[in-house]
Design a protein around this ligand. Sequence first.
Ligand code: PAF
Length: 286
Amino acid sequence: MHIAHSIDELRQLLKPATFRAFVPTMGNLHQGHLDLIQLARQRANAQATPGTVVASIFVNRLQFAPHEDFDSYPRTFERDCELLQAQGCDVVFAPSEKDLYPEPQVFKIHPPAELADILEGAFRPGFFVGVSTVVHKLFNCVQPQLAVFGKKDYQQLMVIRRMVQQMALPIEIIGSETRRAPSGLALSSRNGYLSADELQEAVQLSQTLQALAQTVRQGNAQGVLDVASAQAHAMQTLVERGWKPDYLTVRRQHDLSPIHGVCQEPLVVLGAARLGNTRLIDNLEV
Ligand code: PAF
């Protein structure tokens, strides 16, 4: 496995690579990330001439607000590289901030408000500008034919799909299923911030989303669905357990727009809530 720290080094390394399958990460890898690498590896191996799997590790300051955890975000580069190598990754792109942003990044990608200023974007203003800008730049550096993103960050996946479509980028975007602990807790780098007690409690987010998804399924089957009270009940469940929920909501999968009653389109329930000092997100397709 090769490690490139600069864009020039990366381009040099990737010159012979005809098919590039790319997994962007911020490091501190867990099994969820390794699933993405595995998917990329499978797709690269399925090419007539086996392709090259590229992973990036870059904690992107642009997607953190000043009060968020950019400085304390866990950085575990050596261990990440060992895991990537064991998973069959060929090239790691790990630029420093100076390499990727040698001057302030004043050209940015602004995704449409109806997709990016809702849900996560409403609670983390500018988040998707930061994500889209770095992903677009990473795509330019790696020039992949395929890129894999986790469904755990459902809205991020939608924003990236939309960007690729609107900008006519010749990249296939694949969404990988969320990896969960046996308890049902979605794996996340931020789970590392939780105390032992919080870790036990954290599973309530996915359980509350499951209950909400079940209410939606039942309501749709019976032809009566009070979405507002189902969402309010889900919020209340977490509040009573000491959480501070930002949202628990039912949306259409294809554009994340809200529903107001019975809806037979593919749906997704999404939630974000703070447990102690840690903000967790999760979602389930219905
Ligand atoms: O999902 C992440 O880890 C990040 O948002 C990404 C896509 C690597 C961009 O920094």
